[in-house]
Design a protein around this ligand. Sequence first.
Ligand SMILES: NC(=O)c1ccc[n+]([C@@H]2O[C@H](COP(=O)([O-])OP(=O)(O)OC[C@H]3O[C@@H](n4cnc5c(N)ncnc54)[C@H](OP(=O)(O)O)[C@@H]3O)[C@@H](O)[C@H]2O)c1
Length: 241
Amino acid sequence: MIVLGSNSEVAQAFVEETLSAGDKFSKIYLFTSNKETTEKFAKHLEVKFVQQSEIVELDLLRPIDYAKLDGMESDLLFCATGYLGESTEEGLYEHRNTEKIIDVNYAKLIPVLTYFASKMERRRAGTMIVLSSVAGERGRQSNFIYGSAKAGLTAYLSGLRNYLFAKKVHVLTVKPGFMATKMTEGLPLNPKLTASPKRAAKYIYKAYKIKKNVVYVLPIWSLIMLIIRNIPEFVFKKLKL
Ligand SMILES: NC(=O)c1ccc[n+]([C@@H]2O[C@H](COP(=O)([O-])OP(=O)(O)OC[C@H]3O[C@@H](n4cnc5c(N)ncnc54)[C@H](OP(=O)(O)O)[C@@H]3O)[C@@H](O)[C@H]2O)c1
């Protein structure tokens, strides 16, 4: 198994969910831009599940040495990589912030996903689970740069799923609404619309097992987004969303 964004609590909860369910992996590759914190999780997997893992450093904002990734094959890839960035007025007009949001959520992530997709395509087996966001369904004033990057990612995943279907590789697009993680720490989230990492992992795991193409977390978000997508633009532009 390959995990991108291993320090995400959702990624860690998903790994635990699969191992608790009895899924077997010869090795788990934990990709991370922060080796020290991932080491703790790797130790936890070893103690609780006797699961061998290998930490692989990968900062999307630095040049990537693909030769280093050559021997890493997997049946399952889980990508929780993402960066919300600053949506304040200062953040909005700070070009480094804009670049980082686009790079981490889309521009620098797509080549990595494509690299692993090509490996699965060659083996004609595997599943890719990638966390996008409901934010990609309609641009809103509160996070439209992040939302636009996630929109690009969602479109990419849809095309990739279509391309890989005949090659026996499955792609699951995850569209979370709110999840209580370090990304949203301090934000005033409605608890009824917010999933804990563990709950999110359970929904994602279930969707993976029944080969769903797209899953909302929580399911109520599919209804919320159906409404949001259908609000006429002349009304939508006046809303504070
Ligand atoms: N939380 C929410 O409400 C919410 C809602 C909608 C969608 N999502 C999406 O769900 C996914 C998981 O989010 P989360 O809430 O668990 O957020 P998170 O805790 O911030 O996790 C995102 C992970 O992305 C990785 N990452 C960030 N910058 C990176 C870089 N420069 N290079 C490589 N990896 C980098 C980090 O993993 P390492 O530290 O291991 O490198 C980080 O832990 C993300 O794609 C996010 O956009 C979250």
